[in-house]
Design a protein around this ligand. Structure first.
Ligand SMILES: [Zn+2]
Ligand SMILES: [Zn+2]
Length: 284
């Protein structure tokens, strides 16, 4: 079903390329940008043709606006903001994004209730309730939600699909739950959490209960967990992986990279989302 919020913009797509002159086969790029990722705030941008979507609102409106503008995108042209779960590193600025930039907010009912009860997000308009596991369409772009066992009230991860590509925005996963491998096998690219280095977590400053929470079934994937998952599911179609939600205290980008390279090989195409800044544009 067509989404009523989707206002087709008349855009002479900058992303249209021709596979071979004369064949007339149009290939449209899908573009992914991490505006920031970590327990200090998460926000991702996905674009396919004229459709522009944001995933999570854990950074300030000003940061999101500026970081998108650095890649020439106006945040006011975003067609929808999807919220993965009720933790504040994903929801902090949902009210600001909605009120300041006008975008509709796609959120599940339990997540909305939790956010409204425990966080000061202010008044929200243009709320679009979806059920965990359902899909929403924006023209020929579809966002599938995948329920996760993360310790939130109703967490989901996302797969964004257009007619040619599937990209996963898979963060705050809990553990390698049933069905996750199947999702990974279907993807052309993935943004996936690689939260902690096991040794750093074990020997680090966190209290025991927090260590258990993070490494438990409702916490986060470690570098090794994420790398093993990628190794078990890698297919010809996977073009790159972008590691996200790296912990400040229990991980380091170079450690994460080394673990993934040890398990996946040096030539595996790997990006790492910064905790502090916007990434380059990752294309498909
Ligand atoms: Zn998080
Ligand atoms: Zn979380």
């Amino acid at each position: 079903m067509k989404n009523l919020d989707f206002r087709a913009r008349i855009v002479v797509s900058r992303t249209v390329i021709w596979s071979k002159p004369g064949l007339g086969i149009k290939l449209r790029a899908m573009k992914v940008v991490s505006l920031q990722s970590g327990s200090n705030g998460n926000c991702f941008f996905v674009e396919s043709g004229a459709v522009r979507l944001l995933f999570d609102a854990g950074i300030s409106g000003k940061q999101a606006e500026e970081r998108l503008a650095r890649h020439g995108r106006d945040i006011r042209s975003v067609d929808g903001l999807f919220i993965s779960h009720d933790h504040s590193d994903h929801t902090r600025s949902v009210g600001v994004f909605q009120r300041k930039f006008g975008m509709p907010v796609y959120i599940t009912r339990p997540t909305l209730t939790a956010v409204q009860r425990y966080q000061k997000i202010g008044k929200l308009e243009r709320v679009r309730i979806f059920t965990a596991g359902s899909s929403q369409s924006f023209g020929d772009v579809t966002v599938h939600s995948v329920p996760t066992p993360h310790d939130s009230v109703d967490g989901v991860a996302f797969v964004v699909e257009d007619k040619q590509h599937r990209v996963g925005i898979l963060t705050d996963l809990g553990h390698a739950f049933d069905g996750l491998r199947e999702v990974l096998r279907s993807l052309d690219a993935v943004v996936i959490e690689s939260n902690y280095d096991t040794e750093m977590l074990q020997t680090g400053p966190y209290p025991e209960h927090l260590k258990r929470r993070i490494s438990g079934a409702g916490g986060h994937l470690s570098n090794e967990d994420a790398a093993m998952l990628l190794q078990q599911t890698r297919s010809e179609r996977l073009k790159w992986a972008c590691l996200c939600h790296l912990s400040e205290e229990n991980n380091e980008p170079e450690r994460a990279r080394a673990t993934h390279q040890r398990i996946l090989g040096e030539d595996f195409p790997l990006h790492i989302a910064s905790r502090y800044d916007v990434s380059e544009i990752f294309e498909l």
